[in-house]
Design a protein around this ligand. Structure first.
Ligand SMILES: Nc1ncnc2c1ncn2[C@@H]1O[C@H](COP(=O)(O)OP(=O)(O)OP(=O)(O)O)[C@@H](O)[C@H]1O
Length: 574
């Protein structure tokens, strides 16, 4: 607030009472100068410049006629005080502030004071306007009667209400459900409150009461338009649910695809096996899958499950060799609450129950100890079991697929595998051939794995040097398809260009080949072409040239067979 000192008017000149109007006029060089008439060091009155320049005055007259004598003297202590406290006395006086030695320090005059206050008010208003128009928020200020006193441009834009229309009106004429009016009543500021002042507009509000001392004289609200954010968020939600729907559709489509398509290769034994697996998939028969490690036994088990009516239900894998015998029962059968020391207090669901309704794949089933073999047999026969520590039978509906790389017959003879379980498991047996017995599948598998890993490692590999392919074809593959897959992964990682070259052949393959590499310059595409040609020719031979049957056996539509035969030049010339 303005103090006396700040408002003090110091532009004055002392003149004697004998000073004439002409002399006075010549002394006043600018319109702010006030003449102070002094009679022997006593202030007898003041002359304001506008009075001095009234036209009809006689210039030879003294200042006495236009003097304003209603003055009062104030001690200098008044300087620090608020000027408003002197406002009432100013109505009739010009206050002259006297110094310690009775010298005049300046004067306070109502007229001059109003000018000063007005100027200051204009500056404050200008600053306020600048702030209001600089801020990105919509600002609304109301008084304690809810009448709008400030409304900035952002508010005009946000609500499409011009200032002239709203200022001076009650805000409730324009909005209902208002936050800012509540502030006036509640006296409490709010921060970042989401609000919907009208349909289709979303804002975040900061609002505070305006206080004059303890009295609330209005409220100010700053509203940040978040309509766009809300709209984008709604769009995002919509898009997410669309993505979800598409994902569901994809899953449904994927469910409709051939689950056996992931098993690559066209070796006749493999094809027969796939046909058999397809037939057995629709039943609940126990399947025993035999074959060396890494030949694709789990791949078959999964495909059978996916092609079965249980496809939507869980496919649970238990590696019997990986679970210690002591934990096997609790893992597989689960246990009741408090069944044994150290057990989870709430009990545990075993894999039999987890797989309920679906398929349980017991890998490495021959590794089960004899006592557990008996228990498994019982479950296989009755589909009923008891949890560890439990006395209530638990009924399940599980399809069992088992697998082993062991020679079960030899184990039978040695008494390591129970005969009754052997016959129970041996209902449908699929014998997956090792990779060395189906070398013709190697190019197709190589091509498949290159594609898979190129995608994973973001490479663009399109070729494999024939020397590398010939090594892959001649290697004995003790680890079967898994080993081949690992070798390809390694080569894809190491290859920088788009051709897998000799330098990336793993040492183990080099060793076996004794450094021998074949040479011919064909790319992967031609190797695949050659394999396709051989396959189609061989199958046509088997079916005595029956193309429909050939297409069926190869698992491709007739049109694709024609197309491929045409491309490979296998169609007889017309
Ligand atoms: N015919 C095939 N086509 C494509 N990938 C295959 C094929 N056979 C095996 N694979 C791949 O080789 C790897 C090993 O296969 P899988 O785990 O099914 O073998 P397994 O016989 O069950 O092995 P183990 O006896 O060691 O459990 C997997 O990554 C699998 O996807």
């Amino acid at each position: 607030m303005l103090t006396v000192e700040e408002a003090l008017h110091r532009n004055f000149l002392k003149v004697a009472p004998a000073c004439t109007i002409r002399e006075g006029r010549s002394l006043v060089k600018n319109p702010g100068t006030v003449l102070l008439v002094m009679d022997q060091e006593q202030v007898s009155g003041v002359v304001f410049p506008e009075k001095l320049f009234i036209q009809d005055l006689d210039p030879n007259e003294t200042l006495g006629g236009i003097i304003s004598g209603t003055i009062a003297l104030l001690p200098r202590e008044a300087l620090k005080q608020q000027v408003l406290s002197y406002l009432s006395s100013l109505c009739s006086h010009t206050l002259i502030i006297m110094g310690q030695k009775n010298e005049v320090l300046g004067l306070l005059d109502l007229r001059l004071l109003y000018q000063e206050l007005l100027q200051r008010l204009t500056i404050v208003q200008a600053r306020l306007n600048a702030v209001l128009e600089t801020i990105d928020d919509a600002i609304c200020i109301i008084n304690d009667q809810d009448v709008v006193v400030e409304w900035n441009q952002r508010a005009e834009e946000l609500y499409n209400i011009p200032r002239e229309k709203i200022i001076g009106h009650s805000i409730e004429e324009f909005f209902t459900n208002l936050m800012v009016t509540r502030i006036v009543k509640d006296y409490k500021a709010v921060r970042s409150v989401p609000h919907q002042p009208c349909k289709g507009t979303h804002v975040l509000i900061n609002a505070s009461p305006i206080k004059n001392g303890h009295q609330v004289i209005g409220a100010v609200s700053a509203e940040r338009d978040i309509t766009e954010i809300v709209r984008l968020n709604q769009k995002l939600n919509h898009a997410s649910s669309q993505v979800q729907e598409l994902q569901n559709q994809l899953t449904r489509i994927a469910a409709g695809r051939n689950p056996f398509a992931s098993i690559k290769g066209h070796n006749q034994r493999l094809m027969d096996l796939i046909n058999m697996a397809k037939k057995v998939a629709g039943t609940n028969a126990i399947v025993l899958i035999r074959g060396e490690s890494g030949t694709g036994k789990e791949l078959f088990a999964r495909a059978i499950h996916e092609a079965s009516p249980r496809a939507e239900k869980p496919f649970v894998v238990v590696n019997c060799a990986a679970i210690p015998a002591t934990l096997f029962e609790s893992e597989v059968f689960g246990y009741e609450a408090g069944a044994f020391t150290g057990a989870n207090k709430r009990g545990k669901t075993g894999v039999f129950e987890t797989a309920n309704g679906g398929t349980l794949f017991l890998d490495e089933v021959a590794e089960l100890p004899l006592d557990l073999q008996v228990k498994l047999l019982r479950v296989l026969q009755n589909q009923v079991f008891y949890r560890v520590g439990g006395s209530t039978p638990v009924k399940i509906d599980v399809r069992f697929i088992t697998a082993t790389h062991r020679n079960l017959e030899e184990m039978l003879q040695k008494g390591q595998f129970r005969e009754d379980l052997y016959y129970r498991l041996n209902v449908v047996t699929l014998e997956v051939p090792p990779l060395r017995d189906r070398r013709e599948d190697i190019p197709e598998l190589v091509y498949q794995f290159i594609q898979e890993y190129s995608q994973i490692y973001d490479k663009h590999i399109t070729k494999i040097e024939p020397e590398v392919m010939s090594l892959l074809l001649t290697f004995t593959w003790p680890g079967n398809v898994r080993e081949l897959k690992n070798v390809i992964e390694r080569m894809v990682i190491l290859t920088e260009g788009n051709v897998i070259t000799e330098e990336f052949i793993p040492p183990v393959l080099r060793k076996q080949s004794g450094g021998r590499v074949l040479s011919s310059s064909v790319g992967l595409v031609s190797v695949t072409e050659q394999t396709e040609r051989e396959l189609i020719e061989r199958t046509l031979k088997q079916t005595n040239g029956n193309r429909s049957q050939t297409a069926r056996m190869l698992g491709i539509p007739r049109s694709t067979l024609y197309y491929k035969m045409h491309q490979l030049g296998l169609l007889p010339k017309e």
